[in-house]
Design a protein around this ligand. Structure first.
Ligand code: S3P
Length: 432
């Protein structure tokens, strides 16, 4: 349990946020399949990405992690070089949905059997969304308890290419299919209703794969050609915009604040939070933009009074992980905010429609949950301090630590789960 006090002075200073979680996972996964050494800088040393490292070490890949430096060397084994995990013959993915789903796509075509399990949250998250398409490719994958969730048993086998219409815009689903497609006997395509984050497509190209990205009539289509070898790469992981979002919100809601957040990834399939916040009146300036495989910029954020807005449609996948903190910004904005088309929130680390609503209600906010989002009647001074819970969800813990700054002394149960994506979160907050 941690108590966060009301902030009585502006937040000012310059910070960097840890490396992007999605990109960090993929750097290890694709590095493991590459031929030769992949060097990664800016790697996120959070529990989720450390789980990915652990899984690939157990699959026989040598990985050097320079602790505290964000520097990783993956000694790639090549596409056919992974070996079965032994004693136990099981991989543990912790709290990480990304690890669980993408590794399933990588293991489906390997010549061995693997059991994949995770923590209590992972054991409730939907896996049929990858089981169904992978089976269409010929994979032998099943939910051991028959409930469509992990543990998953995978018996590696030959795969064929498919053209899959995904009912959800999910980068984890798309990535699992594309990774399996590297090994298929013909090209593989995934169409999603809206474009989800495209880090897999961008990074697999860096490793030498032939990847197609195109706009089609019913959404966005990603494709991959079967591949014999991937080479190694040098990956620079930019700061995680999902982690930056807490400080964007903090600077925006605490009067007089001004924070410079250095080197944040602004890939357009991830940066919807900037657009949504600006739409609500936030004052965010992009400086020093770079345009490499993953574009980045410094974000200068100044306090600004917010007003309510409508958020829904194709922007949702580009800010899905930021919706808890966006809901907080809506609670501090003048007027009504409607967030819709975000039913995916129900199947994240927690049901974030429930967990955000429960904590906002405890702080006195007028919030009504919906099937696919929220209606929030905000005002500049409704929130009050309360005892809230993280429900074991890192993004809920960080959202309500920021809420406390404005609302007043707030106790957060289970605050330590920030380790999943941002181990230094509270220290950075205290530095401002
Ligand atoms: C991620 C994709 C998103 C996101 C998650 C990370 C990824 O999940 O919520 O935090 O790295 O591919 P979905 O693919 O389930 O939308």
């Amino acid at each position: 349990m941690r108590t966060i006090a009301k902030r009585t002075s502006p937040l000012r200073g310059e910070i960097t946020v840890p490396g992007d979680k999605s990109i960090s996972h993929r750097s290890v996964m694709f590095g493991a399949l590459g031929q030769g050494d992949t060097h990664v800088t800016g790697f996120l040393e959070g529990a989720d990405c450390l789980a990915t490292i652990d899984c690939f070490r157990r699959l026989g890949v040598e990985i050097d992690l320079d602790r505290g430096a964000g520097s990783v060397t993956v000694h790639g084994k090549g596409m056919r070089g992974l070996s079965p995990a032994l004693d136990p013959a099981e991989l543990y993915t912790g709290n990480s949905g990304t690890t669980t789903r993408i590794i399933s796509g990588i293991l489906a075509p390997q010549r061995f059997r693997t059991l994949i399990s995770g923590d209590e949250s992972i054991a409730t998250r939907p896996m049929n969304r990858i089981i169904t398409p992978l089976r269409q490719m010929g994979a032998q994958i099943e939910s051991v308890s028959g409930n469509g969730c992990a543990p998953l048993m995978i018996c590696g086998t030959d795969l064929h290419g498919i053209s899959y219409d995904s009912p959800v815009a999910s980068a984890q689903v798309k990535s699992a299919i594309l990774c399996a497609g590297l090994y298929a006997d013909s090209p593989t395509f995934v169409t999603e209703p809206a474009l989800s984050r495209d880090h897999t497509e961008r990074m697999l190209r860096e490793f030498g794969a032939e990847v197609i990205s195109e706009h089609v009539e019913n959404g966005f289509r990603a494709g991959i050609l079967p591949c014999e070898t991937l080479h190694a790469a040098r990956i620079h992981v930019p700061g995680d915009i999902s982690s930056a979002a807490y400080f964007i919100a903090a600077a925006t809601i605490i009067p007089g604040s001004e924070i410079l957040i250095r080197n944040v990834g602004i890939n357009p399939t991830r940066a919807g939070i900037l657009q949504a916040a600006i739409q609500m009146g936030a004052d965010i300036t992009l400086l020093n933009e770079t345009n490499t495989a993953e574009p980045a910029a410094d974000l200068l954020v100044r306090y600004a009074p917010l007003h309510g807005t409508d958020i829904g449609g194709d922007i949702i996948p580009t800010l899905i992980d930021e919706i808890p903190v966006l809901a907080l910004m809506a609670a501090c904005a003048q007027g009504r905010t409607v967030i819709r088309d975000a039913a995916e929130l129900k199947v994240k680390e927690t049901n974030r429609i429930d967990t955000v609503t429960s904590n906002l209600l405890r702080m006195g906010c007028n919030v009504t949950p919906a099937e696919d989002g929220f209606v929030i009647e905000g005002s500049l001074d409704t929130l009050h301090g309360a005892r809230v819970s993280s429900y074991g969800d890192h993004r809920i813990a960080m959202t309500f630590a920021i809420a406390a700054l404005l609302a007043g002394s707030t106790e957060i149960e289970g605050d330590e789960c920030v380790d999943v994506s941002y181990p230094d979160f509270y220290r950075t907050l205290e530095s401002l």
